[in-house]
Design a protein around this ligand. Structure first.
Ligand code: IMP
Length: 504
């Protein structure tokens, strides 16, 4: 006979937090948002922690290179989507890792004999304005000079003229020699008022470039998430089909965190793949699995698959129609509370803490706060980041408002992409699990997060908490009736047009 769980399957919007004593020390500036990603022994520290408890979903419309850089700069991480070729995904991870090493491998180079037109095309395609000139146009060729968009005027200069007649030649370029420290390199940039400092090998070949903008970005983003070599932390989605080829390519590219991207992760496939990855790479990779919505799902992934963190959520995603299509899933709040309780039991039994990621269905900032209060260590979001400038999609105007497309990984659109890029026919989906639509454009990730995180810090102070662990321990939640939700809104107040544009 089937078994019916007690109680309803609940969502975040059905709960409110009760304030606790706020002491004078509970100021937002004192709040730490460090969040563990890798499992750790009680009393120890996780070998990888986020500086903000936020990651972006492994989705084509969400997590590419720009998101990887923007989110790591804010202290989180973007899970670069795996519904693309192995080479393309690994190239994205490489770009994120190369982006901010202080010493950046030069990705954009020309030969001295290239025309200005060729150079312009290159600059437009890659979005850079400073290009290193090397004898063979390679990133490590003999260094000949530097050319920037200030060295020529697109509409005045002859675009068929060659780069060497406009560039700053090596004799006039301030450069550093291999072995120079990052601090000294930045001092040279400062002293000579330069934007970029090429670093040359002893024999004159280009090694890397140090950019002023990276120094500025670093100073502006104190929570930047860096690896031991001061490179941005990069994350990627993987699947249970081609992991034996995909994971090595991602590791080669420098990936730090991977997570299986699946709507139902309570499977032997994930166990086998996770054990394979652990056997091959040990603790040099952080492995996440999921998604699950039950205590037994969590226990299986923790005990049998030995993963670092577990993702929770089936059917709550904004583009998700899994529940309607297949009848599986669970209200996200109930799923999270159940899994967190099991995680805590597991901690008591084994002394091992396994971080939990609440994935999908977070419709506003309040729900992010409630998820963290309920015990999620960090949250994963798709729609939220799809609305940012850094998502990899093009803006479109619909009825005078600006939108970006956003589609589920289980939609026909996501599958279509694979069909065309791999040059072979893939059978159409028997049924879709995701939809294809549009979301409004809000702005840069940094600005969006500053509002969201500002609210989170403030609520943490309301609950007398200086870190996320205390926040969960202090959290007292209450279920709200339909009428209290009405009461929580404004009442009997007329607002003008400007009051209607509030996002959350
Ligand atoms: P959102 O933040 O509510 O937009 O949800 C994003 C999450 O939805 C992702 O992290 C995935 O777990 C999930 N997801 C992505 N694509 C699909 C789909 O096509 N069907 C069902 N769930 C999806």
């Amino acid at each position: 006979m089937s078994h019916v769980l007690d109680g309803f399957s609940r969502t975040f919007s059905e709960y409110l937090l009760i304030p606790r004593l706020t002491k004078k020390i509970h100021m937002t500036s004192n709040v730490s948002l460090l969040a563990p990603v890798a499992k750790f022994k009680k009393g120890e520290t996780s070998r990888l922690q986020l500086n903000l408890p936020v990651v972006s979903a492994s989705m084509q419309a969400v997590s590419g290179v720009d998101m990887g850089v923007a989110l790591a700069r804010q202290g989180g991480a973007a899970f670069v989507f795996c519904s693309q070729t192995i080479e393309a995904q690994a190239a994205m991870i490489s770009k994120i890792k190369l982006h901010k090493a202080g010493f950046v491998k030069s990705t954009l180079n020309v030969k001295p004999g290239a025309t200005l037109r060729e150079l312009l095309d290159l600059m437009r395609r890659e979005g850079h304005s400073t290009v290193a000139v090397t004898s063979d146009g390679s990133p490590t060729g003999m260094f000949e000079g530097i050319i920037t968009d200030n060295d020529f005027w697109e509409f005045e200069d002859d675009l068929s003229s060659i780069v060497s007649s406009h560039m700053t030649p090596k004799e006039k370029v301030i450069f550093g020699e291999i072995g120079i420290g990052l601090r000294s390199a930045n001092e040279l940039l400062h002293k000579h008022k330069k934007e970029a400092l090429p670093i040359l090998e002893k024999d004159g070949k280009l090694n890397s470039i140090v950019f002023k903008k990276d120094y500025v970005a670093h100073k502006n983003n104190p929570l930047e998430l860096l690896d031991n070599e001061k490179r941005l932390v990069a994350a990627a989605g993987i699947n249970t089909h081609d992991y034996e080829v995909r994971l090595p390519a991602l590791m080669e590219a420098g990936v730090d965190i991977v997570a299986f991207d699946s709507s139902d992760g309570f499977s032997e496939y994930q166990r086998d793949a996770a054990l394979w990855a652990r056997e091959k790479y040990g603790d040099s990779i952080v492995i996440g699995a999921g998604n699950v919505v039950s205590a037994e799902g969590f226990r299986y992934l923790a005990e049998e698959a030995k993963v670092d963190f577990v993702k929770v959520g089936i059917g709550g995603g904004s583009i998700c129609i899994t529940r309607e299509q297949k009848g599986i899933g669970r209200g996200q709040a109930s799923a999270l509370l159940d899994v967190v309780a099991e995680r805590n039991r597991y901690l008591e039994e084994t002394g091992i803490y396994i971080p939990i990621c609440s994935d999908g269905g977070l419709a506003n900032d309040t729900q992010i706060i409630i998820a963290l209060a309920m015990g999620a260590d960090f949250v994963m979001m798709g729609r939220y980041f799809a609305m940012s400038d850094e998502s990899p999609t093009q803006k479109v105007t619909i009825k005078n408002s600006i939108f970006k497309p956003y589609w589920g990984e289980g939609s026909n659109r996501a599958r279509n992409w694979q069909r065309y890029s791999e040059g072979k026919t893939v059978d159409g989906l028997l049924f879709e699990e995701g939809i294809d639509g549009y979301v409004p454009v809000i702005g840069p990730v940094k600005d969006m997060l500053s509002v969201t995180i500002g609210k989170l810090r403030s609520t943490m102070c309301n609950l007398g908490s200086l870190n996320l662990k205390e926040f969960t321990e202090n959290a007292v939640l209450t279920l709200v009736s339909g009428q209290s939700i009405v009461e929580g809104g404004t009442s009997n107040i007329v607002q003008d047009e400007s009051g209607s544009g509030v996002r959350t």
